[in-house]
Write a protein that binds this ligand. Structure first.
Ligand code: AMP
Ligand code: MG
Length: 350
C-alpha cells in the first residue's frame, strides 16, 4: 500500500474523511500526539488499527468526537462528566464513561467503559467534523515505540501500512491525554497528561493518581488502564534516571556517561538547557528549560526517537519533580527507563 502524506488543506481533509467513512485508516495531528484513526462504529476498521500498530487486542482505544451531540450514540454521560467537559473540552482530557451498544467491544477491549475525548487541534476538529463519525484513535506509532509528535515519525512507523497521513506540523503538548476514571468513587488519573491533577481538583475536589503511574505494576496487580501493562516509550538503549541536588546531578551525569564510554558504550545524557554547556562533552540531548516542564513534555518523545536514530545504548537523564505536567513527563520517562534510577550522591561517593 502506498502511504500519502498530505497537508491539512480542506480538500485533503475531505479525502481523509471519505477514507475514514469507508472503513480505512488515516493518521492525523492532535494537540497531544498524532492519532491513527478509524470509524469507531466499524468493527473491521477498528481491528485494522490493531493490525497496523501490532497493538495487543486487550489495549482499548480512545474515541474522538468534534461535538458533544455525538456522545448520545457512544456512552452514558454523568453530571461529573458534563462538568469536566465544560471545563476541559476541547483539550487533552480523556474521560471513561459507560459504553453504549453501538460502540463495538473491539474498541473497549471488552471493557464496560469507553474512553472519549474532544481534541482541540484545529486539524483534528476539522477532520472529525468532515467525517462526522466518532473516530477511534490510539497514538499513530508501532506498538512499543514512543508516540509520534510529528508526521515524519508516523511515516517512519506506518509507511506501507495505511493509505494516508495528514501532516499538521509538530504537536503542542507532546504527551498523550490525561485518562480519568470517574466511575469508581473518587476520580482517579489512570494516565497523567496535559490536564494536570491541580486543574482537575479545581473542578472536582480531591483526585487520586493510580499507583502504577510512577512505578511498575506489581505482580498480581490489576492494570486499571490496560495500556499500563505494556512496555512503552522505550528507546533501544538503556535509560537511567539520575536524581538529587542540581549540581550533584550534573556531576553524576558526567561521571556515568564517561564511565560507560570507557566501557565501550555509545553513551549520552539527556539534560536541561541550563546544564547543556557543562555537559558539552557528554553528547547532551536537550530536554528544554528546567523552569518550563511543558518544554520537556513537548520534546521528550522526539528526543527518545533521536536517541535510537544515532544508536545510543547508555543514556543518563535528569528528572523533573512529579508535579503539574511534570507528573506526565515522569510517568513516560520512568517507563522509558524501566523505572531504573540512581541517586547522584551515591554515584559521586563511589
Ligand atoms: P493510546 O490511545 O495509545 O494513547 O492509549 C489509550 C490509553 O487509554 C491506554 O493506556 C488505554 O489503556 C487507556 N484506555 C482506553 N480505554 C480505556 C478504558 N475503557 N478503561 C481504562 N483505560 C482505557
Ligand atoms: Mg499509544
Amino acid at each position: 500500500m502506498k502511504t500519502q502524506v498530505l497537508g491539512p488543506a480542506q480538500e485533503n481533509l475531505q479525502a481523509a474523511a471519505e477514507l475514514l467513512r469507508s472503513g480505512q485508516l488515516v493518521a492525523f495531528p492532535t494537540e497531544t500526539v498524532y492519532g491513527l484513526g478509524a470509524n469507531a462504529f466499524d468493527k473491521d476498521a477498528v481491528l485494522s488499527i490493531f493490525a497496523a500498530k501490532d497493538r495487543p487486542a486487550d489495549n482499548p482505544l480512545i474515541v474522538h468526537v468534534w461535538c458533544r451531540e455525538q456522545l448520545k450514540d457512544i456512552c452514558e454521560v454523568s453530571e461529573t462528566a458534563e462538568k469536566l467537559m465544560d471545563a476541559f473540552w476541547p483539550g487533552p482530557l480523556t474521560i471513561l464513561m459507560p459504553r453504549k451498544e453501538s460502540i463495538p467491544l473491539e474498541v473497549t477491549a471488552g471493557l464496560p467503559t469507553v474512553a472519549v475525548r474532544m481534541p482541540s487541534h484545529p486539524v483534528a476538529a476539522a477532520l472529525l467534523k468532515a467525517c462526522n463519525v466518532p473516530v477511534a484513535a490510539p497514538s499513530a506509532n508501532r506498538s512499543g515505540k514512543p508516540s509520534p509528535t510529528s508526521a515524519r515519525y508516523v511515516y517512519q512507523d506506518m509507511d506501507g501500512r495505511i493509505p494516508m497521513i495528514i501532516d499538521g506540523g509538530d504537536c503542542d503538548v507532546g504527551l498523550e491525554s490525561t485518562v480519568l476514571d470517574i466511575g469508581h468513587g473518587k476520580p482517579c488519573i489512570l494516565r497523567p497528561g496535559g490536564v494536570t491533577r491541580d486543574m482537575l481538583e479545581k473542578v472536582l475536589g480531591e483526585v487520586d493518581v493510580a499507583g502504577s503511574v510512577l512505578r511498575p505494576l506489581q505482580q498480581g496487580e490489576v492494570a486499571l488502564s490496560p495500556g499500563m501493562r505494556y512496555k512503552h516509550y522505550a528507546p533501544n538503549g538503556q535509560v537511567v534516571l539520575v536524581e538529587g541536588e542540581e549540581q550533584q546531578v550534573v556531576g553524576a551525569l558526567r561521571r556515568l556517561c564517561e564511565e560507560a564510554a570507557q566501557n565501550g558504550h555509545k553513551s549520552c545524557v539527556m539534560c536541561f538547557t541550563e546544564h547543556a554547556e557543562q555537559l558539552a562533552d557528554c553528547h547532551p540531548f536537550d530536554l528544554g528549560s528546567i523552569h518550563r516542564p511543558e518544554e520537556t513534555a513537548r520534546c521528550l518523545f522526539d528526543t527518545l526517537r533521536r536517541l535510537d536514530d544515532v544508536g545510543m545504548d547508555a543514556i543518563f537523564s535528569e528528572v523533573l519533580p512529579p508535579e503539574g505536567i511534570g507528573l506526565a513527563v515522569m510517568n513516560r520517562l520512568g517507563r522509558a527507563a524501566g523505572f531504573h534510577s540512581v541517586q547522584a550522591e551515591d554515584i559521586l561517593r563511589d
